[in-house]
Design a protein around this ligand. Structure first.
Ligand SMILES: [Zn+2]
Length: 439
């Protein structure tokens, strides 16, 4: 199969190339029927290549597929588990046909090439449903950059375990959400797992003990034991929450907190009901400082907030091709792993055989030779202990809060990440990659 295929350049004589089922396009998200008849020439030139491109992307589990015009060629690139990988090169007409075809399928105007456009396509691949968000951006040379974001509609929300939360953090979430009061937040920069963690926190609530409602739009996600609360359109957030208190709801999952107004409302209700949400912030300590600024009274935040959690995503080592090795005890001590760590895992590396020849590791179908498959979370949190409360009330800045949290032994990213390395979930190399910008 086709020009984008991973090992298209390699000739596997002994292996018949397997016929891969192509993606099915099932209509534009905006409901616009693509006029295939009127665009027959485009369909002829673009439909199959577009299907092959998207199929290749989905088969690699790409979050994003890009087709970027570069002179006489277009470069295909995939983002998998947050890492960019180069795909094949297309000729200019191929790139154009694919871009125009996907625009047509996404219900966009194919005549418009000088304005950015955004739309979506419903798709099915390997019996899974996807939403493909198609974006175009005009380039200085008159061409268009095409970006396709692929989102699987899996339905169920990931659990704290699936997110890789430690037993300690799961316990904290249960504690924070079992007092019929207080606000707990997932905080972080966009696309770092902040939303996934917010939903994970929701799954972490004891749904058998408590009546849990959501006023947040769950999209295509499904949560067991959480009731969707249909708020009156004309009601303010405060009125909605008041109604929920009246029907004796215990825990409410809210839309992201992005304004002073929303923050003030949530804190005004925090002594009546448990509130869960997310907010954009650089880290845990900055989130607390931002809340104080929004609410205007540090003691309200200190007393109303239960805790904040920040997330980073680490790639998991591929279970099919991971290579075990015995780490040097000095290294173990240096990075702070438990001294009894005997085995660690890494992406397979080339080895020398007895004859001194270099042997490349065998190809891995599961991960496409990237060495990694899927991601897991690492977490940093700040709990509003008495000392932290005091620090916030005294007007402590983010630095002061952060330093105190460390002193109190609250979990940090690096500490949490070593847990995954020690368990063989990821590699030291992945840790170095993720923490590089910080170090
Ligand atoms: Zn592998």
């Amino acid at each position: 199969m086709g020009m984008f295929s991973r090992r298209a350049e390699e000739d596997d004589d002994d292996e018949d190339e397997e016929e891969i089922e192509l993606v099915l396009f099932q209509g534009a998200l905006n409901g616009k029927e693509p006029n295939m008849k009127e665009n027959q020439r485009l369909v002829q030139a673009g439909l199959n290549p577009a299907k092959e491109l998207v199929t290749d992307g989905l088969a690699r589990r790409a979050e994003t597929i890009r087709v970027e015009p570069k002179g006489e060629r277009s470069q295909v690139a995939f983002l998998v588990d947050g890492m960019p990988y180069a795909g094949g090169k297309l000729t200019k007409p191929q790139g154009l046909a694919i871009t125009q075809m996907l625009k047509l399928l996404a219900g966009l105007d194919i005549k418009v090439r000088t304005q950015p456009q955004m739309g979506g396509i419903k798709a099915e691949f390997n019996e899974l449903k996807y939403e493909l968000v198609v974006q175009t951006k005009p380039q200085p040379d008159g061409s268009e950059l095409l970006t396709i974001k692929c989102r699987a509609l899996k339905g169920a929300i990931v659990t704290p375990d699936e997110l890789g939360m430690s037993a300690d953090l799961k316990k904290k979430i249960r504690e924070w959400t079992s007092h019929h009061k207080g606000l707990s937040l997932s905080v972080g920069a966009p696309n770092t797992g902040v939303t996934t963690t917010a939903f994970g926190m929701l799954r972490g609530v004891d749904c058998y003990m408590f009546q849990v409602h959501t006023v947040r739009d769950l999209g295509t996600r499904e949560v067991v034991n959480v009731s969707v609360f249909e708020a009156n359109k004309e009601d303010s957030l405060e009125q909605t929450l008041t109604r929920l208190v009246r029907i004796e709801s215990d825990v409410v999952f809210n839309e992201p907190v992005t304004s002073a107004e929303a923050a003030k409302t949530l804190f005004s209700m925090q002594d009546k009901i448990t509130l869960l949400s997310e907010m954009p912030a650089k880290d845990c300590a900055s989130a607390i400082v931002q809340l104080v600024q929004w609410v205007g009274d540090p003691s309200v935040v200190a007393n109303g907030l239960m805790g904040v959690i920040n997330t980073k995503l680490l790639r998991k080592i591929c279970p099919d091709c991971k290579q075990a090795y015995r780490p040097n005890p000095k290294l173990i001590a240096k990075v702070g792993l438990p001294s009894d760590t005997k085995t660690l895992y890494r992406k397979p590396v080339a080895t020398e055989n007895e004859e001194g020849e270099v042997e490349e590791p065998p190809p891995c179908e599961k991960c496409g030779d990237t060495g990694y498959f899927g991601r897991t979370g690492i977490f940093e949190y700040i709990e509003m202990s008495d000392a932290i409360k005091e620090c916030v009330i005294q007007g402590g800045d983010a630095n002061a809060i952060r330093t105190l949290a460390r002193k109190e032994g609250m979990s940090t990213f690096s500490k949490d990440a070593l847990r995954h390395v020690a368990k063989g979930v990821t590699s030291l190399e992945e840790l170095q990659r993720v923490f590089k910008p910080v170090a």
